[in-house]
Design a protein around this ligand. Structure first.
Ligand code: AHM
Ligand code: MG
Length: 329
């Protein structure tokens, strides 16, 4: 007979949040778990969109990915704009930050998110993910402002991602370790499956887009040569081009994911606020590290909600070695 405890995400959130986080933050995380279920139910049907259509039965050839992005964005906003827990949001899908409509009460938190990262992979049935970060409002008395959204990652109170893979997983941290939940589609519940995740000490993978090597700096090439040639045991290279999935694999098996600057992309590709910083927060909580190649991603104060940054993230020693190559050059 199985004796493993079955713990739902709701039970876990209620039992583990510190006192200051009880209430709004817990409820916000639970609302994100609900968004995850709704988005998962649509991404699972992605391959059927050409046959069955999507949402209002409009089926525009070649538009599926964009539509799932927009759908995911819409679900997160509509589940969260009226709850009185948020004062503002930022989404990769929207050019401007999102104020809470005046007709709804304002809360104390800021939600930044990428609704469906890696969505160019959808039409080949490769995993995609939602990334989120949560900050406290700077001034509880006022309605949300742009300044509330432009905080350094160090001030985040919680971060996480949802991975739409062979299973749907929600992985989050509210500053007390990193915990993973797997969606049981039959029960419609996220169940605790990975408590207290830490990067394994011996990493297995490095994840860079080698096709970009011709556009990397010399120290960057030297670093990737070092990753591929100087490790014992030897690291394998894995790169899906879907950052949540690449990060998750490396979190579970150990490794480093990177998207450096290139001569035609001086700040790389990854967005600081809602892609790099939340994953860096999780990495630190799991004993790892996230850097822009010069210092912690969590120490950068964004000046623009969609600003990009070079990214190196994973096992601390591997990320620090990237800094040694780049800064030491
Ligand atoms: P997106 O936000 O448009 O989906 O782009 C981000 C994605 C990441 O998930 C992934 O790491 C990266 O783009 C892959 O880019 P490339 O194909 O240049 O390697
Ligand atoms: Mg993205």
């Amino acid at each position: 007979m199985l004796t493993t405890k079955i713990v739902t995400i709701e039970r876990f959130l209620l039992d583990t949040q510190p006192d200051y986080a009880r209430g709004d933050l817990t409820a916000l995380l639970y609302d994100l778990a609900l968004a995850a279920k709704v988005i998962a139910s649509q991404t699972r049907r992605a391959g059927l969109l050409d046959i069955l259509g999507f949402a209002d039965n409009v089926n525009i050839q070649g538009e599926e990915q964009r539509k799932l992005d927009v759908y995911a964005d819409d679900i997160v906003v509509r589940l969260n704009d009226h709850t009185g827990r948020l004062c503002s949001m930022v989404s990769e899908e929207r050019e401007d930050w999102i104020p809470i409509p005046a007709k709804y009460p304002k809360g104390h938190y800021v939600l930044v998110f990428d609704p469906l990262d890696g969505s160019s992979n959808i039409d080949t049935n490769i995993s995609v993910g939602t990334i989120f970060g949560i900050y406290r409002a700077l001034d509880d008395e006022r309605r949300g402002r742009l300044e509330d959204c432009l905080q350094p990652g160090r001030d985040m109170v919680a971060a996480g991602y949802i991975l739409y893979g062979t299973s749907t997983m929600l992985v989050y941290s509210a500053g007390q370790g990193v915990h993973g939940f797997t969606l049981d589609p039959a029960w419609g519940e996220f169940l605790l499956s990975h408590e207290g995740i830490r990067f394994p000490e011996a990493p297995k993978y490095y994840s860079f887009n080698h096709a970009s090597a011709g556009r990397w700096s010399k120290p960057m090439k030297q670093y990737v040569d070092w990753l591929s040639a100087s490790q014992t045991p030897i690291l394998s290279q894995r790169y899906l081009g879907s950052m949540v999935a690449d990060f998750h694999r490396n979190l579970i098996h150990g490794g480093v994911f990177g998207y450096p600057d290139e001569y035609n992309k001086p700040d790389g590709k990854i967005r600081l606020l809602y892609e790099a910083a939340p994953l860096a927060f999780l990495a630190e909580q799991a004993g790892g590290y996230g850097s822009d190649g010069k210092g912690s991603l969590l120490d950068i104060r964004p000046t623009h909600i969609h600003q990009r940054t070079p990214v190196f993230i994973g096992n601390r020693n591997l990320v620090e070695k990237a800094e040694a190559f780049i800064v030491g050059s």
